[in-house]
Every structure is written in C-alpha cells, then in structure tokens.
Design a protein around this ligand. Sequence first.
Ligand code: FAD
Ligand code: FES
Ligand code: FES
Length: 480
Amino acid sequence: MRNKIVFYLNGQRKEASAKEASMMLADYLRYEQGLTGTKIVCAEGDCGACSVLRYFPHVDGKDAQNYLPINSCITLVAGLDGSSLVTVDALKEKDELHETQKAMVECHGSQCGFCTPGFVMTITGLVEEKLASKETSINEQEAKNCMTGNLCRCTGYKPIIDAALNIDLTKCQGLKERFYSEKQEVDLIKAFSESVLIESDDFFYFAPKTLKEALNFLKDYPDTKIIASATDLGVVHNKRKITLNRLLSLHLMQEMYQIEQKGNEIKFGARVTHTEFRHFMKDKLPEFSNYLDIFASPQIKNIATVIGNIANASPIGDTPPAFLALDATVCVIGPKGEREIPITKFFLAYRKTALENGELITAVKFNIPQKSSSVRFYKNSNRKDLDISAVNFAIRVDWKDDTKKEIKDIALAAGGMAAIPLRLTKTENYLKSHFDIEGAVKELHSEFTPLSDVRASSTYRRILVENFFRSFFNEMGGVQ
Ligand SMILES: Cc1cc2nc3c(=O)[nH]c(=O)nc-3n(C[C@H](O)[C@H](O)[C@H](O)COP(=O)(O)OP(=O)(O)OC[C@H]3O[C@@H](n4cnc5c(N)ncnc54)[C@H](O)[C@@H]3O)c2cc1C
Ligand code: FES
Ligand code: FES
C-alpha cells in the first residue's frame, strides 16, 4: 500500500502526503513549489489563467497520448497521481523562450499579463497535438477553439490568436522529449500497481486497486465522497460549501478507463473523460461528438469524466438528456452486488439519484441508434463556449421507413426544465399515436415546471424547448 501520491513536475519526481495531496494544484505550485508563473484568478475553472499541461500515461486512448491543458485551480494534487505535469515556469529552455512564448512577444499577445501564462499553456497544448499528428500549421479556427477556456480581460484576443498562427512548428520540440523518459514511465506504471491510502487528522484518501476494496471502504466509511476529476467537486470546495477531506478515487482501476463497442453497444467506464468520449464517438454517433464541442472548455473536457456529469445529477448537466434520449443504462456496484439502472429511473429528485448507500457507478452503456434513426442534441447558453446551459434538449426518432412520415419509436429529453433532467413521455406517447406537431407542442408544455433564474426566465426556457422541438421536425422535412 502506498501512502503518497506520485507524479512528475517539470521532469522532477514528486511525492505528496496528506498536506500537499489535499491542496488544489495551483496553490501547491505557487505556495509549496514557488512556481508562481501559474496564476489563480477565478478559482472555478472558468478563466484558464491556471492552465498547466498534463500527460497521463495509463490510458490507451490515442487522444490521451499528449500533454493536455487542464485547470490547476480545481484539480486536487491527489488527482494527479501517476501524471507528468509541465508548468509555464519550465517552458523556457535555458535562455531560449518556447516558440509559443516567442510568438506571444512578437505579436504583442500580452497586455496586463495576468491571463498570459494560461494562454501560453493552452496554445502549447495545441502545439503538442500538432507535433503528435505531424501537422505543420495551425489554422485560425483551431487557434480559437483551443482558447475557449481562456479569458483575457484586456480583450487582447486578436494578438493572442495571431501569436498562435505565427508559431513556427518546425522549430518546436515536443514536451515529452524534454520532460518525459522511459524511466519515468516505468516508475509511474509501477506506482499504479499499489493501492493508495493517505491518512491524517483532516484528510483521508483511498484509491483502491480493486472494486472489492472500494466497496469495503464505502461500507466502513459511509460518509466518503467518491471523487472523479473534481471539476464539479473542486468548484464547490473552493467556494467553501464542502470540504474534500474523506475521498475515494477509482483512478487505479484499469477497467474504469475502458471504452468499447461490442456490436451496436457502447460501454464506457467511470474514468473516461469527455475528450476521450468525444473522439471515440466521432465516427459512431457524430451528433454526440459535435454536441460535446460546446461542453465546457478543452481544459475541463481533458480531465472531467462523463460519468461524473451523470452522477452529479445537475438539472442542467449537458449529457443526461442525451443519455436519456439514448435509453442508456447505468451500471452500478454496491454491497448487494451489481445492478443495472435504466437512466430513465436514475434521476429521482433535485440532485438525488437512485444510487444507494455504498454504491458507485462503474460504467454506462447504450446502443447506437440505427442509421435510419434521427438524433439531435441541442444546447442553449448565454455564451456559446464555456457556459452552463439554460436549456438542453435531446431527441431520437426511429422511423417506420425512409419517408419519415411515421414514427416507430421516439425519445425526448430536456434539461433545465425541472428539478431533474426529464424524459418527456407524455409527448412521446402522443406522437406515437398522432403525428401532429401542434398537438405535441401542447403536450410538451404540460410536462415542464421551469424555473426563472439568472440564466433564463421560465417563459424563455419554454420558448427554447418548443423551438428546438419544432426545428428538429422542420429539419426532417416539415412534417405536419
Ligand atoms: C468551468 C466549468 C465548465 C463546465 N461546463 C459544463 C458544461 O458545459 N456542461 C455540463 O454539463 N457540465 C459542465 N461542468 C461541470 C463538470 O465539468 C461536469 O459535470 C463533469 O463531467 C464532472 O466530472 P468530474 O469527473 O469532474 O466529476 P467530479 O467533480 O469528480 O464528481 C461529480 C459528482 O459525481 C460523483 N461521482 C463521480 N464519479 C462517480 C462514480 N463513479 N460513482 C458515483 N458517483 C460518482 C461525485 O461524488 C460528485 O458528486 C463545468 C464545470 C466547470 C468547472
Ligand atoms: S483560476 Fe480561473 S480557471 Fe483556474
Ligand atoms: S492581458 Fe490582461 S487579462 Fe489578458
């Protein structure tokens, strides 16, 4: 049993016991390591000033093979077990700036400079991706997309985008060559062979190798919080609404990283990130992949788990309506053994799920709709990128035939319209027997009790869902 978190920081091996492991990475870097290049501005994952690059060698996914940007302000040091990190402080090599830094200087990409280290790190993340795929240029859309998780309050985006476009990729050396070695890999893989238990008066953290150990721990310590990547939990912790002091992490179980297709069925484990899921779905259900383009930011997607989004049970979480429309199944294990919960029965009340004491989610599975089916996922938020939805809406229709005039089966789901993500069964049943959109719209409105809040008024939410619903059928050929 290990009693320390092991990771590499700018090529140096680090071990963290309770005090450091319980800190947010940004605080650890600045106050424990004196690496003050990383800035803390919002402390809730929104501005990107704290971005660092992380490589995690334990997953097979092709997308995980690079150093990827993550937000250090909401990532617990404990959550970095087995990672290799690079911070902005180490980018410069002797007196030579990194090509990203040079381009920022040449294009005047920095004004007050507070956001600059974060931009440098996310752009360097894009450079890493380009080097890995042996591409030799960055286009404007790629530059803009990579920066959706970074804010510059001086509104200096144009020179920052110019900087990304002006990087000479042929002169860039990959970070793995500089900061990662086979010796490190052996060390990190070896570290992953043992469970971790860190105990102190105010921090108790267990990362087991097996589900049996996890379940025993949950039985012995029922007030334990399961932690995935903490992009939800870390924000709440930083706002001092909860304390992350008794935690169970599933990150040492290799099976939790699995994502596979068997026949028509996709199954993915509790540690699969949005970035991995998005890439996996690209050719299998492109609608899901495209929908995740506007989920959070690259920094969040690179670490946050899809199952964390489901377990979090937010009424406006973006993936629950999609999984509701796909009739997904939540695979759970607990003291009474394994069970499968249809996702339609998973969300019980505001932030309350069907998980019983001592249970955890191991995987989620669903069938890919047939080619002849139509699937659309919609999201509305005040800003296109990095914003929480006011409303999200998902629809799947299995047609009787290619004319798309008769419905064989339909699933409708919405978020932001009630205390839980909803399946709209009354409207579904109506449409199965009457293919009449105006009548269905009336049914639709009878299924909601939306709130008015800072994101949208109740009336606006109703209008949005109706418009999403109508636009789907208009797209299908204006069915009357
Ligand atoms: C800046 C920012 C932007 C965001 N944007 C979006 C967005 O656009 N759309 C959106 O929907 N969400 C968004 N989120 C929310 C968050 O990123 C997602 O919900 C994410 O998927 C959570 O995953 P995680 O691994 O970080 O979960 P964690 O924070 O680690 O956990 C979330 C919850 O799930 C529970 N949990 C995790 N794994 C399990 C398991 N295996 N079994 C049982 N319980 C478990 C935890 O106990 C906790 O209650 C955003 C968050 C931030 C900070
Ligand atoms: S400090 Fe703003 S995202 Fe971390
Ligand atoms: S340069 Fe000032 S916030 Fe970006």
